[in-house]
Design a binder for this molecule. Sequence first.
Ligand code: GLN
Length: 308
Amino acid sequence: MSSLVQRYLEDVHTELLQERSGAVASYIPELARVDPDGFAICLATSDGHVYEVGDSRREFAIQSISKPFTYALALADRGIAAVGEKVDVEPSGEAFNEISLDPTTERPRNPMINAGAIASASLIDGSDAAEKFERVRRLYSRCAGRDLTVDEAMFASESETGHRNRAIGHLLRGYGIIEGDPQEAVELYFRQCSIEVNCRDLALMAATLADNGAHPLTGERVLDPALCERVLSVMTTCGMYNGAGDWVARVGLPAKSGVGGGILAVLPGQFGLAVYSPRLDQHGNSVRGVAACRRLSQDLELHFLHVT
Ligand code: GLN
């Protein structure tokens, strides 16, 4: 069985090597420097099998795939109700970096767009900025099952060019969503986006969500099951930016992508899947990543509405 899965993933990988459309993100100088041809697919099952194909140990910036995990930590720190007063769970249909709040609720529409992610970062407990970030870094590391670190060059690049995100921070402060220093929340967000992962890490992070918050290899309970359910719900409706509707229709798995080229997807109770390929489509999602997830979903009948 295990060699069958490995061979199947190798076939998908080989086929998708032909797919060369899309472009590496260039709005952050450090992102523009990555090798566009890197490509990996990893699958980690809830019972601890990890399959890796291609450049599965190549490191890249987690970028927006950080958002569900910081949201999970905010939920753990403050509770679902208190976080809900600050960040909604409605799909936005807008670009990830839209400078907007919902006009009726005056809240960010969801935690998967920047406004909601920066608001989530502001809700992390800790006595100072360093402690807050360390708690975030530790949570990601426990989900991955190894110690993750920040790419400082990426962080500097993110911080130098992050004017829209700073504007979002001040907007949130102006509306009372952020109660402390908005720049501290924005810096925390830049730092979390700059954490380096590889495709295997992402598959294990996804598998931890798939396994109700328990890491499939270390066995550690990292997240509460009720929080996992909340995070996966938001990933289902909002995880793929304004490509979310198409994603649900064609793949049907909770997922999150990042402009670094990663995508993770979760089949609850079964496995976590991750793809790395930095050429992006117009929404900011990895072209090969989307194609690989579609392919697996179809071939293996993974869509959550599929009835056998
Ligand atoms: N660094 C990114 C930003 O501009 C994260 C975005 C992403 O992965 N979509 O906020």
